[in-house]
Write a protein that binds this ligand. Structure first.
Ligand code: FEO
Length: 187
């Protein structure tokens, strides 16, 4: 499995920071070691946050060529990022639940809009596409179950699955309708 810097726990960072400060102390003294430790923590925080933001963000290469769907995909990524942060920083269960409900509602609404446009224009691959949407909805429901059972570790794993699923679905399945919708005048 690929090691991701942004996913390293603070206990792992401490195993790196402490020996590093120890070496600095040995070579350059206490003042430099203290300065290094004070600088490293905020730097790690900023880098971790930036990497997580990038990982959970929509990118121009994800564009499906139809503005309304690109906007909805952006919103879906934003909601998954919000959920990720909610799980990480442990706000009240109610706050996290509100994000989850919005994620579920927004996902369903987005899928309905895509399917409606497919039906309107007679998109040939509609049934296969709908099956993938169903799979995502059931995964969101599973995520809701994990969340309500208070199993944060499982929730984080399911959330990662949702993010990967969404990226793959947009890049592979949604991209397939791009030329078709554009040929029907949808932009
Ligand atoms: Fe954009 Fe098919 O979901």
């Amino acid at each position: 499995m690929k090691l991701k810097i942004e996913e390293l726990e603070w206990s792992v960072w401490l195993l790196i920071i402490i020996p590093l400060c120890g070496i600095t102390f040995y070579l350059w003294g206490i003042a430099t070691a203290l300065l290094l430790s004070l600088l490293l923590v905020p730097i790690i925080l900023v880098v971790k946050n930036e990497l997580i933001k990038r990982q959970f963000s929509w990118k121009p290469s994800y564009s499906v060529g139809v503005a309304i769907f690109d906007d909805e995909h952006k919103k879906l990524f934003a909601l998954i990022l919000q959920m990720h942060r909610a799980l990480k920083h442990m706000p009240s269960k109610e706050e996290a639940r509100a994000v989850l409900i919005e994620l579920k509602k927004y996902t369903e609404s987005h899928f309905s809009q895509e399917e409606a446009m497919m039906e309107k224009h007679g998109y040939p691959d509609i049934e296969k596409h709908k099956m993938e949407h169903k799979e995502m909805i059931s995964k969101v429901q599973e995520f809701q179950k994990d969340f309500e059972s208070n199993d944060v570790a499982v929730s984080k794993e399911t959330l990662r699955y949702l993010q990967n699923w969404l990226t793959h679905h947009i890049l592979v399945t949604d991209k397939k309708y791009s030329d078709f919708f554009q040929s029907k005048g949808e932009r």
